[in-house]
Design a protein around this ligand. Structure first.
Ligand code: SF4
Length: 591
């Protein structure tokens, strides 16, 4: 962690995590970058620190060191984005307790600004910290900080269009990017993925889904393709490779026509094509993914949507997901909550995306598929709602259509209704067993090659500080006992487990060998028969523990006997010499 010697502002990235604003590593969120952009513009010295770096600092140096560090800052600005931090592989958002501790340790005179959805959520739940010079932003945290730096006064502020561009572009070269732990260096680029904000609001701003906050933002405000392309160009200058277009409630209504007049504005294929092709023209761009889609807009305007879908397939990286918010297939729930799309529109949109997107791309993944979101707890819901949801899913599958992911979440509290936990759990398990399971096998069939899997943790699904040490990153650990977990870069990647250690923060290609509930198992290709370990052999389907041991013993014996000529010339010769039947299916795993 970068430590200042003279007082500077501390920008603490507590990570945001919204469907349209990814910010948990390997993503870097846009709001934290805008905060840094404000300080860059004001030419104020600051340090950027992620909450995981802060935790490591406390773990190594102790709480007293953290207090001393906070006593030497000229201000703190933090984005806290997840009300209830869930389980993440690579980073965990700041919690309310951690936020409280930081505020408690901060000397009274030091200005402190906290913003993001978690702050709003915690306040609604009754959190009301009393401290002078502490401000909890409920509008734009960046604009609030800018106003404070200019006037010395805390006031809720919104950014102007000019400030949006200015801070987005300064943020692209700020320390939130250049000092982000996932950026890597020129020789070894990390998996940092730059979430870029394309627009704000939703075209259903007049009568939007009742549970959603987007309509409150009013008429959508678009950023121009030129503005976004310039921001991403600057991010590339800072070393960024991978980008996700976020901040879009619907990819298809970016700069749509008739937003103020029509219930279903008409998608405009030009600007999104200009944006996507413009981004692709820069050869430094690696993975490019996008955000949500609105199935009712797609279904009502199939011609324009088809053109946009083709552009998406042409320009996005494989594995792209368009999340569709159906929320419920029940017409009663639809009506009571002013939901966005009905089952018929949804199926029509899913068909269109499947028609163009289901082919596989360079990394072995379907190019572009829809995701589907359900919400439980909406008004009007009954036991029948779950049956309708399930029937719809079966209809979709019976047509042979693919969905990349099905997300079911429960909402509670004011404005929502209690649900039957029994119905909800039974719906979830039916989806898991009868829909998700078969889908996983179709999306990632046995024997499929998946490229560029980035290895992130060993022996557990959470990345720990120890995972950044030599013992876990050097090539000496390759093939040792244990489990490695990794993912391909991009939105909603599937978790891949391999039953031996692979040096972390490296990438390799795998063959799919099995399916879990929400993950898959695999074995690397290009294993070297002269040094492949017993654990690596055991992971190959068809080679058990005993056979692997026999093979490794035979190879050792052979090397002892023929130290000059080395081991076997190829794996088949080795298997034959060990009296193990060679199976052509083994071929793919070896060099
Ligand atoms: S369509 Fe999506 S973004 Fe718009 S109001 Fe409904 S849930 Fe919100």
């Amino acid at each position: 962690m970068v430590e200042s010697t003279s007082p500077r502002w501390l920008v603490l990235d507590g990570y945001e995590d919204e469907p349209a604003a990814f910010g948990v590593p390997p993503y870097v969120g846009f709001h934290i970058r805008y905060l840094c952009g404000v300080l860059e513009q004001a030419k104020i010295e600051y340090d950027y620190v992620t909450i995981d770096q802060w935790r490591d600092f406390i773990r190594v140096e102790g709480e007293d060191a953290a207090s001393a560090r906070l006593a030497n800052v000229s201000g703190v600005a933090c984005i806290a984005g997840a009300v209830v931090p869930g389980r993440y592989l690579r980073g965990t958002p700041i919690s309310l307790n951690e936020t409280r501790n930081i505020i408690r340790q901060l000397p009274a005179q030091v200005p402190a600004l906290f913003g993001g959805w978690a702050i709003r959520g915690w306040r609604q739940q009754g959190w009301n910290p009393l401290r002078s010079n502490l401000f909890l932003a409920v509008q734009d945290t960046d604009a609030t900080l800018s106003n404070f730096l200019q006037s010395g006064q805390w006031k809720h502020c919104r950014r102007t269009a000019e400030q949006w561009t200015l801070w987005a572009q300064s943020g692209a070269t700020s320390k939130a990017v250049t000092q982000h732990p996932d950026l890597g260096d020129e020789e070894n680029r990390g998996l940092l993925t730059y979430e870029v904000e394309v627009y704000q609001g939703c075209v259903r701003y007049k009568r939007g889904c009742k549970f959603c906050i987007e309509p409150k933002k009013g008429i959508p405000i678009w950023r121009t393709p030129e503005d976004i392309i310039e921001e991403v160009r600057l991010a590339h200058e800072s070393g960024v490779e991978h980008v996700r277009l976020g901040g879009m409630t619907d990819t298809y209504t970016y700069m749509a026509d008739g937003v103020q007049e029509l219930e279903y504005p008409i998608p405009n294929p030009e600007p999104i094509a200009q944006l996507l092709h413009g981004l692709r023209e820069d050869e430094r761009l690696g993975i490019l993914h996008t955000d949500n889609g609105n199935p009712s807009i797609i279904a009502q305007h199939l011609e324009q949507s088809e053109e946009i879908t083709k552009t998406l397939v042409e320009t996005l990286s494989d594995g792209a997901v368009l999340s569709f918010g159906l929320e419920s297939a029940d017409p009663n729930v639809h009506q009571a909550n002013w939901l966005n799309c009905d089952a018929k529109q949804l199926k029509s949109a899913i068909r269109l995306i499947n028609k163009h997107g289901r082919g596989r791309g360079a990394r072995g993944l379907p190019n572009l598929l829809p995701g589907l979101n359900f919400i439980a707890g909406l008004n009007g819901e009954s036991s029948a709602s779950y049956d309708l949801n399930l029937n719809l899913l079966h209809e979709i599958r019976n047509e042979g259509l693919l969905l990349r992911r099905i997300n079911i979440r429960q909402v509670e509290g004011e404005g929502f209704q209690d649900i039957s936990q029994k119905d909800f759990n039974s719906f979830k398990s039916s989806v898991r067993d009868n829909i998700d399971g078969p889908l996983l096998q179709e999306l990632f069939p046995l024997g499929e090659k998946l490229c560029n899997v980035h290895w992130e943790t060993h022996d557990g699904r959470t990345r720990l500080a120890v995972h950044q040490t030599e013992a876990h990153t050097s090539k000496d650990c390759h093939g040792k006992a244990g489990i490695s977990f990794g993912r391909q870069i991009g939105a909603y990647p599937i978790l891949i487990g391999v039953e031996y250690h692979i040096p972390l923060e490296t990438q390799s290609d795998i063959i799919v060998t099995g399916h879990g509930a929400r993950s898959i198992t695999g074995v690397e290709i290009n294993l070297n028969h002269s040094n492949v370990s017993q654990k690596q052999l055991e992971a190959i389907p068809g080679i058990g523990e005993k056979t692997a041991w026999k093979l490794v013993s035979q190879r050792a014996k052979n090397i002892r006997k023929n130290s000059q000529s080395g081991a076997y010339q190829n794996p088949q010769q080795w298997f034959d010499a060990t009296d193990v039947d060679w199976n052509d299916d083994f071929e793919v795993f070896f060099k």
